[in-house]
Design a protein around this ligand. Structure first.
Ligand code: BGC
Length: 248
C-alpha cells in the first residue's frame, strides 16, 4: 500500500488527510482548519504546519501533495482571484517546503481534483477529452486528454458577456445574487455552451460542493456533451494532490 498526505487549501477551509493512493481511500481522519481571514501567505503556511501536527506528524518518507486555488507554474503562485494578492509571483512551493522541512508536490486545486477523478472517480478509463469544472467561490477547471492533464487551464476566467465567467456563474455568484436554480442554470448554460464551442469535449464533470445538488441544475442544461457530477466531492483535492505527490 502506498500512502501520501494530501492537503487542499481553499478559501474557507484547509483540509488534509493521509491517502492510500492505490485505492483512493482516506486512511486517516480528515483534518479541517478554517482558512485565516487575511488569506496571506504566512498565516496559511502556519495553518498547514498545524494541520500536519494534528495528523500526528508524518513518517520521513511519506510524500506530501498540496493543492492551491491559483495558477501554479514551477512552484510559483502566479494569480490570486479569490485569495490575498500577496501570493502573486511567490515561490509558494519553496515556502511550504521550508516550513514543513520536506519536499512537496504543489499544484492548482482544480487540476488536483481532475487527476483524482481520473484516478479514482467519474473520469476513470474515460478516453478523449474530459473537462472538469469546479463550481465554488470561483470556477476552477482541469483539462484532461486521455488521462494526461494540461495544467492551469483556468477556464473560470473566460470572458462571458463582458465579465469574468466565475463572477457570473460560480456557486458564490448564485448565492450572492440569490439566484434560483433555474436562473443560475441559465448562466451555466451560456458558460458550458461556450466551453463546448471551444473544446468539443467528450465529457463534462461538475465538481465543487454544489455538485451534491446536481439534480437541481444539471438536468436544466441542454448540451451535446454528456455532463455528470464529479464523484469525489470534498475529498477530490486531497486525493489528487496525494496521487500526484506519489507519481512525482
Ligand atoms: C482560480 C483557479 C482555481 C479556482 C477554484 C479560480 O478563481 O483562478 O486557479 O482553480 O478559482 O479554486
Amino acid at each position: 500500500m502506498t500512502q501520501a498526505l494530501g492537503i487542499d487549501i481553499g478559501g474557507t477551509g484547509i483540509k488534509g488527510a493521509i491517502v492510500d493512493t492505490d485505492t483512493g481511500k482516506l486512511v486517516s481522519a480528515r483534518v479541517k482548519i478554517a482558512t485565516p481571514k487575511s488569506g496571506k501567505p504566512d498565516a496559511i503556511v502556519k495553518v498547514v504546519v498545524e494541520l500536519v501536527e494534528k495528523l500526528g506528524g508524518l513518517p520521513e518518507s511519506m510524500p506530501v501533495g498540496v493543492c492551491f486555488p491559483a495558477v501554479v507554474r514551477n512552484g510559483k503562485t502566479m494569480s490570486a482571484a479569490n485569495i490575498s494578492k500577496e501570493w502573486i509571483g511567490l515561490e509558494a512551493e519553496a515556502l511550504f517546503e521550508t516550513a514543513l522541512g520536506r519536499d512537496i508536490h504543489f499544484v492548482n486545486d482544480a487540476d488536483a481534483a481532475g487527476i483524482a477523478e481520473v484516478r479514482y472517480g467519474a473520469a476513470k478509463d474515460v478516453p478523449g477529452l474530459v473537462l472538469l469544472t469546479t463550481l465554488g467561490t470561483g470556477i476552477g477547471s482541469a483539462l484532461i486528454y486521455n488521462g494526461t492533464l494540461v495544467p492551469n487551464s483556468e477556464l473560470g476566467h473566460l470572458t462571458i458577456g463582458r465579465q469574468d465567467a466565475e463572477k457570473g456563474a460560480s456557486f458564490s455568484a448564485k448565492e450572492r445574487r440569490h439566484l434560483s436554480w433555474r436562473a443560475w442554470a441559465k448562466r451555466l448554460q451560456r458558460y458550458y455552451t461556450h466551453l463546448e464551442v471551444l473544446f468539443s469535449p467528450d465529457l463534462f464533470l461538475v465538481g465543487g460542493g454544489v455538485s451534491k445538488s446536481h439534480e437541481k441544475f444539471l438536468p436544466l442544461l441542454k448540451l451535446t456533451t454528456p455532463i455528470v457530477p464529479a464523484q469525489l466531492r470534498n475529498n477530490a483535492g486531497i486525493l489528487g494532490a496525494a496521487a500526484l505527490a506519489v507519481r512525482q
